[in-house]
Design a protein around this ligand. Structure first.
Ligand code: MN
Length: 135
């Protein structure tokens, strides 16, 4: 058994190639093989969001704070709030982020297939982000 302390790993700024706005990432678990589960806490300031991307084995997002937006390619922009859980299937193109007026924090969980965690694509444009969300 191993305990990782809060002070062991500094918060990481989201890479501006893959994120719009200010995003902070704090790893939760990145265990040695054969374990596959990976989790991180990710905090988005208002207006911040990921670029479009896919995960080879899918991803689960659990919103722990604030108000956010998520969208799968071809679907509506959806509003999510603290307590909501979003399940994204393998290889579904999507993005996630804060609302324009409220920050959002989620726990992001995925399984690592041994090769890739994520495939990054183009940024979400301001016009696409500004679409009025549905619940
Ligand atoms: Mn994702």
């Amino acid at each position: 058994m191993d305990i990782t302390r809060a002070t062991d790993t500094p918060s990481r700024r989201g890479n501006p190639d893959w994120f719009t706005g200010t995003v902070w990432q704090d790893p939760i678990v990145d265990p040695p093989a054969p374990a596959r589960a990976r989790a991180a806490r990710v905090a988005f300031e208002p207006g911040a969001r990921t670029a479009w991307h896919t995960h080879p084995l899918g991803q689960t997002l659990h919103i722990v704070h604030g108000v956010g937006r998520v969208q799968a390619l071809g679907g509506p922009v959806r509003e999510v709030r603290a307590g909501d859980t979003v399940v994204i299937p393998p290889n579904e193109k999507h993005w996630h982020g804060a609302s324009p007026t409220h920050g959002m924090v989620h726990i992001a969980i995925h399984e690592f297939d041994g090769e890739k965690h994520v495939t990054w694509m183009e940024k979400v444009t301001d016009a696409d982000y500004a679409v009025e969300p549905s619940r």
